[in-house]
Design a protein around this ligand. Structure first.
Ligand code: 5AD
Length: 346
């Protein structure tokens, strides 16, 4: 058998921005990913520069109508104490963050219909009135008219992960919805002019390397402006209790391949990677990532936004945490972005 070199495949992907499932699987299987990681770091440098965008995320409600089999805040988890922040609370947290330098606010929640279209609109408008600040929504599947209204009110981006590109697995993991509906929402968001983000998890049941290749190719098809690629961590109050966690190395390989193939998306280092091993933050920044997300809501709520087990650390203020992450970014030889970090267009 002719031995193909990773290097050749990597160069081909970078130059043509095309990859086959087989080529991606080959890179995911490789024992040594040094060349892939270095290539991803080069592409990140050339396309995104050395800035790291710090996004402030407000997880404003853990009520959720969905029953995702992997997620700790699924509606079947009766043990979880549920919370909702008021509009005033959300806007005042966002203001505190804006005042210490955040230029990008992500509003995330479970699928909570308590926040109707007008409530969300008023939050978007209040935050946009601060000044030069990007607003990202991450509130799940909603009606086209709602997406449209929020875009008109100033929302810049929308995050809606496809979670897995395998339709059967998707439908099994999301009994309340369907893969088709997910894609429909993603296409609507694109059509409405959102900077759209998607993403997937590594380590889901029945996942193969082919599935991961399809996940990356789906991100390309959707032409995403950002992508969250994280590893699955089992939660005790879910159907996937006891299931093994995803691999950090495989997650980093997916991140790197996404960078060399798609080039332009903003790619965060995901918290799930850091939960496994804090060094993974640095690893992700060396293999294609250019974004970090920091939680902003009070700690008593963070503990309840219990998607997967995540040991809580010492309480700090929004300012202290901002300083800490800025120092970290400078220490690793990158710099803190001073802009909202909108989509990169190439
Ligand atoms: N492990 C890792 N990520 C998870 N998510 C939900 N549950 C888990 C889990 N157990 C991620 C999904 C989802 C977002 C809410 O969090 O990608 O989109």
């Amino acid at each position: 058998m002719i031995k193909i070199s990773s290097n050749k495949i990597i160069d081909k992907i970078i130059n043509s921005s095309r990859a086959t499932i087989e080529e991606i699987v080959y890179l995911l299987e490789a024992d040594n990913s040094q060349e892939l990681f270095e290539a991803a770091d080069r592409v990140r440098h050339d396309i995104c520069g050395d800035a790291i965008h710090i996004r402030g995320i407000i997880e404003f409600s853990n009520h959720c109508r969905c029953s995702c089999l992997y997620c700790g805040i699924n509606n079947r988890n009766k043990k979880l104490v549920r919370y909702r922040l008021t509009t005033d609370e959300i806007v005042s947290i966002a203001k505190e963050a804006y005042d210490v330098g955040y230029k990008s606010i992500v509003l995330q929640s479970g699928e909570d219909m308590h926040y109707d279209a007008d409530i969300v609109s008023s939050i978007i408008k209040s935050i946009k009135s601060f000044g030069d600040v990007g607003v990202t929504l991450s509130v799940g599947e909603r009606d086209y008219e709602e997406y449209k209204q929020w875009k008109k009110d100033g929302a810049d981006r929308f995050l809606l992960k496809h979670e897995t590109a395998d339709e059967n697995t998707y439908n099994y993991l999301h009994p309340h919805s369907s893969f088709k509906r997910r894609l429909e929402c993603l296409h609507q968001l694109n059509e409405l002019g959102y900077q759209t983000g998607s993403g997937f998890m590594i380590g889901l049941p029945d996942q193969t390397l082919e599935t991961l290749a399809k996940d990356i190719l789906l991100l390309q098809e959707l032409d995403v402006a950002m992508a969250g690629i994280g590893l699955f961590i089992a939660h005790d109050e879910t159907e996937l209790k006891g299931y093994p966690s995803g691999s950090s190395l495989l997650t980093l390989k997916c991140l790197a391949i996404t960078r060399i193939l798609l080039k332009r998306p903003h790619l965060p280092t995901t918290t799930s990677l850091e939960v496994k091993d804090f060094n993974n933050r640095h690893n992700a920044f060396s293999t294609g990532a250019n974004v970090i997300m920091k939680k902003l809501e009070p700690y008593k709520y963070r503990k309840l936004y219990d998607i997967y087990p995540n040991p809580t650390i010492k309480e700090k203020t929004i300012l202290e945490e901002r300083k800490e992450v800025e120092d970290y970014i400078n220490k690793i030889g990158r710099y803190v972005s001073k802009t909202p970090g909108h989509a990169i267009v190439i």
